[in-house]
Ligand binder design. Sequence first.
Ligand SMILES: [Zn+2]
Length: 293
Amino acid sequence: MLRCNTRCVARSLEDVGRRRRTPTVRVPGIVQVAYSRMINVLAIPALVDNYIWMLIREQSRDCVVVDPGEAEPVLAMLAEQGLQLTAILLTHHHGDHVGGVEALLQHRSVPVYGPARERIAHCSHGLNGGDRIDLEAAGLQFDVLDVPGHTAGHIAYSGHGLLFAGDCLFAGGCGRLFEGTPSQMLESLDTLAALPPDTLVYCGHEYTEANLRFASGVDPHNRALKDRLRQVIQQRGQEQCTLPSRLATELATNPFLRADNPGVRQATEALSGQPLPSRLDVFTAIRRLKDAA
Ligand SMILES: [Zn+2]
């Protein structure tokens, strides 16, 4: 399995609409950084193909981590960068997203935010869709979105033009339906798709290449998808992180957000060997095909 071990810096000096990219910087052992005016977001590779996201307030030592599946790489980053952990955000209860919480709390006692509808050890602040959290020390505010489907109580965090989507929306794909129905997942993806198109999407795994290879089969005439796949193959060949993606890119190339596209419907009907009259039918068939891939 490929692991990211490079660091890329994209620096945004102005507001979301006026981003300016700097050349890629490589630092062994660390991956992708997206850098907005206020927040530096580090991708910490963990386990097999997870990312733990670390958000650092610019010009401060305060940071927040999202979905720490293990503690060790987070503790190493805190020590290496001289940072102070101020909060932990969780999107859902799976072990590869919460496995590091206990050890991080032994290092430093901080608030742990997570879905109210899931049982997660050490979660101190249960959240529901519509809640808003204010992480004062890190200078961050996030809106909480209910996005069930992958798990029954899965939530996402949206704010500052950033979306922490956990295992709901992936680059080029979506999470498996372990606890929810296709209808729930489609509704959850609709919620995320309604965010501003320039939203940066940070998801829980490096699945982009496999997702886009699959997507090419159900959206075979999509030029933007072909271009994206070519770019991602190149990135992964250099062991680069492919995240974050931009929501507009997902809308143009992610088949799970394109179930109403006639070309996607036609290809999915051909692959599944049956008519798919509704958008939900198409979505359900794409998910089934991906599960079997
Ligand atoms: Zn999961």
